[in-house]
Each structure stands twice: as C-alpha cells, then as structure tokens.
Design a protein around this ligand. Structure first.
Ligand code: CA
Length: 136
C-alpha cells in the first residue's frame, strides 16, 4: 500500500462526490470526502491529503474561501488544490481562485482523462505506479 496517494474531494453534490470518489479509487488513489467547506477544512488538517479537489459552490463557505484558508495554514498550504467548477467563463472568479492559491481549474463536466492527467501532474513526484523504466 506504500505510496497510495490520498485525495480529498470537497463537493456538496452527493452524486458528483460519489462519482469522483469512485473514479479516483479506480485510478488507484485513496479518496476521502467532505460535503461542506468546514468539513473540508477539518478533513484537510486532520488527514493531510496529498491533493484536494475543490468545488466552488458549497453550502457554508465558498470554495475560494476554503482554498484561501488552506493556503493560509502552514499545515496545509503545501497541498495542491484543483478546483472543479461549473462556472465556466467567469474571469473574475477565475482570478480569485488563482489568487486564493489553487493550482488548476477544471470545468464540469470533467473528462476523466483530463482529471487523471491533472492529478498525475501534481502527484507525479511520488506516483503510485512503478516507473516502467529509468533512463539516465
Ligand atoms: Ca456545489
């Protein structure tokens, strides 16, 4: 089990959350979930996941704020946050998300291939897969 990366899914829509968790597990990751911003913050600080996927429209505090709080906390600021949102084309929102410290923004519906590529990019340093070959 060594090297299995843990991903925290912050998403209030239960169907989407369940699907994301399902696919992340299929991809070989360990997935945990939170349905609210506050739960996400609590989960992040107690479990210290390797990466967080963040919905923006949450029932309590918005994903932008959750991201900003994660990035302001020395314990969690190193964790990459990938925002997954349906708010396509909102430049101001995009700017605030980037300013909050998110490393990437993906738009719903997210293709699994795009998601997997993105996850690999941020988890590449210690991939759960053995490298096929190493060349020097
Ligand atoms: Ca939502």
């Amino acid at each position: 089990m060594a090297g299995k990366k843990k991903i925290l899914v912050v998403e209030d829509h239960s169907e989407i959350r369940r699907l994301l968790v399902f696919f992340l597990k299929q991809m070989g990751y360990d997935a945990i979930e939170a349905a609210t911003g506050m739960a996400g913050l609590a989960q992040a600080s107690t479990t210290l996941p390797d990466l967080i996927t963040m919905d923006l429209g949450l029932p309590d505090i918005r994903g932008v704020e959750v991201t900003a709080r994660l990035k302001a906390d020395p314990a969690t600021k190193h964790i990459p946050v990938i925002v997954i949102t349906a708010y396509y084309g909102d430049e101001q929102l995009l700017e605030s998300v980037v300013a909050a410290g998110a490393c990437e923004v993906l738009y719903k519906p997210v293709s699994l291939r795009v998601l997997e590529d993105s996850l690999r990019r941020y988890l590449a340093a210690e991939s759960h897969e053995e490298p096929l070959q190493q060349s020097n």
